[in-house]
Ligand binder design. Structure first.
Ligand code: AMP
Length: 280
C-alpha cells in the first residue's frame, strides 16, 4: 500500500526503521505530474531495491521569479494512483515551509556547472536543484537514486555534488523516454497546444540531424550546430535559447565532437521552454 508522508519527522522515523531492518531504498525525486518518463525510473527502482520512495515536491528554489512555479501542473491524487499501481511504497510530499522554514539560509553552489547551458537563462536554478537534492538525500538516505538523461545538466550537477561531498548514494541515469514521434516526455508538454506540439518535434529532429552528421564522419561542432539551427528555425513558433555540444562532465563546449559528448538544447515553443539532448 502506498503511504503518503508529508513531514520531515515522519520520513526520518520511517527511514530509521527500514535501515534497522537492513532494507535497501531506491529513490526517485520528482515534481509530480507524472508520465512514462518518471515511471521508467520508478520501474527500475522497483527492480533493484527492497523499498521505493518517490518524492513529489515542486521546489520553489529552482524556479526564477518569472518562471512557472505557480502554473506548474499539480495533480497529486492522480500521481498517487499511478505510483500505487507501480507498487511504490512511500511518496514524500512536503509543503515548501516544511523543507524551507523561515530561517533557512544555506546554499549549495555547483560552481563552474551552474553558469553553463540552462544556467545562463535560469540563474540560480541549479543552486535550487543542488540544495533540494542534498536535503532529500539526507532525509531518504537512498542506496540508489534514479534520474533521467532528459535533464542532462541536472545529472551532471548531481553526480558532481555526490562526488564533491562524498555522499553515500549510487546515482543511476536512465534514458529519455519519448512519445511515438520523438518528443521527450515532460510535465511541461501540458502547456503546448496542438500546433506547438507539432512544432516541438523540431527539438528531436535537430538532435537526430546532429547524430546523423556525426555518424557520417562530420566532427566540427560549428558545422553541426549550424544545421541544427536551420532545422529549428524552420518552425514558426520555435525560438532557440541555446544549442551546444559539450563535454559530458565539465559542460565545456567542444570544438570537435568526440564519442560521448552531449548535444543539448533549450528551445522556446511559444511560451514554453523545452529542453532535450542526446549523447553522441
Ligand atoms: P521532474 O518531475 O521534471 O523534476 O523530473 C523528475 C525526474 O524524472 C528527473 O530525474 C527527470 O530527469 C526525469 N524525467 C523527466 N522526464 C523524463 C523523460 N522523458 N524520460 C526520462 N526521465 C525523465
Amino acid at each position: 500500500m502506498l503511504q503518503v508522508i508529508t513531514s520531515i519527522s515522519d520520513i526520518k522515523n520511517k527511514i530509521q526503521t527500514l535501515k534497522q531492518n537492513q532494507l535497501t531504498i531506491g529513490f526517485v525525486p520528482t515534481m509530480g505530474a507524472l508520465h512514462e518518463g518518471h515511471l521508467s525510473l520508478v520501474r527500475q527502482a522497483k527492480k533493484e531495491n527492497d523499498q521505493v520512495f518517490v518524492s513529489i515536491f515542486i521546489n520553489p528554489l529552482q524556479f526564477g521569479k518569472n518562471e512557472d512555479f505557480r502554473q506548474y501542473p499539480r495533480v497529486f491524487d492522480k500521481d498517487c494512483e499511478l505510483l500505487s499501481s507501480e507498487g511504490v511504497d512511500i511518496v514524500f510530499n512536503p509543503i515548501p515551509a516544511e523543507m524551507y522554514p523561515d530561517d533557512f539560509c544555506t546554499s549549495v553552489i555547483p560552481r563552474h556547472l551552474e553558469d553553463k547551458l540552462c544556467g545562463k537563462s535560469r540563474p540560480g536554478h541549479f543552486r535550487g536543484v543542488a540544495v533540494v537534492v542534498l536535503k532529500l538525500f539526507n532525509l531518504v538516505k537512498p542506496d540508489i537514486a534514479y534520474f533521467g538523461q532528459k535533464d542532462f545538466q541536472q545529472t551532471v550537477v548531481i553526480k558532481r555534488i555526490v562526488s564533491d561531498l562524498n555522499l553515500d548514494v549510487n546515482i543511476k541515469i536512465l534514458p529519455t523516454i519519448r512519445d511515438n514521434e520523438g518528443l521527450a516526455l515532460s510535465s511541461r508538454n501540458a502547456y503546448l497546444n496542438e500546433t506547438e506540439k507539432k512544432d516541438a518535434l523540431c527539438l528531436y529532429s535537430s538532435l537526430v540531424k546532429a547524430q546523423s552528421m556525426v555518424n557520417a564522419g562530420i566532427k566540427k561542432a560549428e558545422e553541426i550546430l549550424l544545421e541544427m539551427e536551420k532545422v529549428i528555425n524552420n518552425c514558426k513558433t520555435a525560438r532557440i535559447d541555446y544549442i551546444s555540444i559539450v563535454n559530458p562532465e565539465t559542460l565545456a563546449a567542444v570544438p570537435r565532437v568526440r564519442k560521448g559528448d552531449v548535444v543539448a538544447l533549450a528551445v522556446r515553443i511559444g511560451k514554453t521552454r523545452l529542453i532535450d539532448n542526446v549523447i553522441l
